[in-house]
Design a protein around this ligand. Structure first.
Ligand code: ADP
Ligand code: MG
Length: 633
């Protein structure tokens, strides 16, 4: 590597001012980039305490001569950039010449470095950017930099640091990014004495992805295509393996990890109509393009980029991924749909009392009853049990027949009173006094009539001269949310016989682990199982096992987004997620009884009926409106 000189003031001014060192992970990123720039083939990163007290990077790169080692810590000292013209064609990853200076100013640093072929190396100690010790040292070729006590002299900055777990996980993510960006370099990452990542440095991206994303990545589809001189390569997940968040999307531009909405949008466009809304593809995508067509200077940490030809970038990724997806035979949709449940026909004889049946295995629909309080539940089943059984059987059988033939107009038969008898029946003797129970709706006196369901999504109810069209998922979600929210104590959890593993980004794992107490309050119990995986030992009662892993990943994404720092808002978000997952789904077959119970609640609450927050829950269609449509008035 060339000798280091200080940039001229002119060039220095071309470089936008800004902070490079935001947190330990940004320090790690800079040190790793320098190691790669120095031509290292093996790089070992080690941290203790989330990188706050100890962060070390060792490489076998070109090393630095004694004078260069000292110059390296001066502001705008770089061996990679000399003139303003160089800015337009950056082939290396670091070039600002301010990373080491910035890091040095807020920490204590030890450096040992020896240039390739030199007889001896240099050892330096710095404190707040000032060299305090300097000596000749015997050391291997390459460079070792140790950052101790980061932000020790800037308490204000220190305040913004999260727990060691969170910072450590962000560092892990930074190491992973570099490992994915440089499959030709063997990376090792040691966290609190434990090796948590090791890539082979074979130069094959597939190998690096395997080490970082885990064995599931074996199913990812290879992308490799060119478009107007731009190249996109890497791996994307199959549509059927979509994730509930974007945490496993990694993008690089010319070898540099970047965050880019444009690239994200192009990727997701390729999956349009192939994955459910709310699901996201995972990817590791490298975009190669001429250096002059991209500006990496828009952000001091160089994680954001501006493209000269946005459309070309979009098309390159979009069509590249599309081509890869079209080559695979995977047909996605089917897997997301629940299997058709057995027809709902009540046993003919002898009539059995309704008992809390767990949802049938192949049908992942959550059972509405599970979401009631135990008292409500008992009251409800008690009522059904005491009902004149034949009429229930007849009604449900008729409903099932309608379901099968879609022929006869049997609205009369599926009227509510026949299915759910009045709740005026005396409460079961063993039940404790429960005021809520008296508040249960009284269907016989209900001023409304259930008409039917449209598209397995919208329930139609008639009342007087008005029809109500209820979005069953939205309504159920809202009711569950309100109920969960009302209940200020911890949410009841169900302990799982077989713990559920969930593969997440290290940052997501960190976020969840540092919110253990909150997760517990929400009914989750989790444990670590390696850097990338958590196991769920307990999940909220209302959540189905099939949804648990996704829910946890969504919660992690919420926590990581940083928008929700306040515990009560996090709790709200989580409750929303749980409610959404536990609610009956649009497009899925829902048991008639569940629908009726749902209608009861919607119709009894003016706020649900008329003033929705956010997405509407219920809309109305008056007789007048219809008459107008049919030109009757
Ligand atoms: P930049 O990477 O933008 O040049 P830095 O402040 O990160 O600026 O590094 C300053 C200089 O120190 C680099 O240009 C490089 O010459 C030298 N340097 C830093 N880290 C290493 C390393 N691990 N091995 C060899 N040289 C290094
Ligand atoms: Mg650098």
């Amino acid at each position: 590597m060339a000798k280091i000189v200080q940039l001229s003031a002119h060039v220095a001014n071309l470089i936008a001012a800004g902070e490079v060192v935001e947190r330990p992970a940004s320090v790690m990123k800079e040190l790793l980039e320098n190691a790669v720039d120095a031509g290292a083939t093996t790089v070992t990163a080690e941290i203790r305490n989330g990188g706050m007290t100890f962060l070390r990077v060792t490489d076998n790169g070109c090393g630095m001569a004694p004078e260069d080692a000292k110059t390296a810590f001066l502001r705008h000292a770089t061996s990679k950039l000399r003139t303003a013209e160089d800015l337009a064609a950056i082939s290396t990853m670091g070039f600002r010449g301010e990373a080491l200076a910035a890091i040095a100013s807020v920490s204590r640093i030890d450096v040992m470095t020896k240039p390739t072929g030199a007889l001896s190396g240099t050892s330096l100690c710095l404190e707040a950017g000032v060299i305090t010790e300097e000596s000749e040292a015997g050391c291997p070729e390459g460079t070792t930099i140790i950052i101790r006590d980061l932000f020790y002299n800037t308490p204000a900055r220190m305040k913004f640091m999260k727990s060691d777990v969170v910072e450590g996980s962000r560092i892990a993510a930074a190491v992973q990014n570099q490992a994915l960006a440089h499959p030709e370099v063997a990376f090792r990452f040691i966290r609190d004495g434990k090796e948590v990542l090791s890539t082979p440095g074979t130069g094959k991206l597939r190998d690096a992805v395997y080490c970082v994303y885990g064995k599931d990545s074996g199913k990812m589809i290879e992308v490799n295509s060119q478009w107007e001189g731009y190249t996109v390569s890497g791996f994307v997940s199959k549509p059927t393996d979509a994730r509930p968040s974007r945490t496993l999307q990694t993008f690089f531009v010319n070898g540099r990890p970047v965050k880019s909405r444009l690239m994200m949008a192009a990727l997701e466009e390729a999956y349009r109509n192939r994955i459910m809304t709310g699901k996201f593809p995972a990817c590791v995508l490298q975009l190669q393009l001429p250096a002059h067509t991209v500006d990496v200077n828009v952000h001091p940490a160089k994680t954001e980029v501006k493209f000269l030809k946005e459309k070309a970038v979009f098309d390159c990724i979009h069509y590249g991924v599309l081509a890869a997806l079209n080559q695979t035979v995977d047909r996605p949709d089917v897997q997301f749909k629940p299997q058709a449940p057995a027809p709902v026909i009540a046993p003919v004889a002898p009539p059995k009392p309704a008992a809390p049946q767990p949802a049938a295995k192949p049908n992942p629909q959550p059972n509405f009853f599970r979401t009631m309080t135990s008292q409500e539940y008992k009251a409800f089943t008690g009522v059904v049990k005491d009902a004149p059984q034949p009429s229930i059987t007849a009604a449900v059988a008729t409903a099932a027949a309608v379901e099968r033939t879609s022929a006869l107009p049997v609205r009369e038969e599926i009227r509510l009173p026949q299915i759910i008898p009045p709740v005026t029946a005396p409460p079961e003797p063993e039940l404790p006094e429960e005021p809520q129970q008296q508040e249960l709706p009284m269907p016989e006196q209900a001023p409304w009539r259930y008409v039917g369901e449209l598209y397995r999504s919208y329930v139609i109810v008639e009342q007087g001269e008005e029809a109500f069209i209820i979005d069953k998922h939205a309504a159920h979600e809202r009711i569950l949310f309100d109920r969960l929210k009302e209940n200020q104590e911890a949410i009841t959890g169900q302990t799982l016989l077989t713990p559920i593993p969930c593969q997440l980004s290290p940052a997501a794992c960190g976020a969840l682990l540092s919110h253990q107490a909150m997760m517990q309050e929400l009914g989750f119990e989790l444990d670590t199982l390696g850097e990338n995986t958590l196991v769920l030992r307990q999940i909220p009662m209302d959540l189905s096992e099939a949804d648990a892993a996704d829910t946890v990943e969504e919660i992690a994404a919420d926590l990581l987004s940083g928008r929700r720092e306040d515990v009560s808002t996090v709790r709200d978000e989580v409750l929303h997620t749980v409610a959404c997952k536990a609610a009956i789904k649009a497009g899925w077959r829902t048991d008639e009884k569940e629908l009726l119970a749902l209608i009861e609640q919607v119709m009894a609450r003016e706020d649900l009926k008329y003033c929705p927050h956010g997405r509407p829950i219920c809309i109305t269609l008056s007789k007048k409106q219809l008459e107008k449509q049919f030109k009757r008035s």
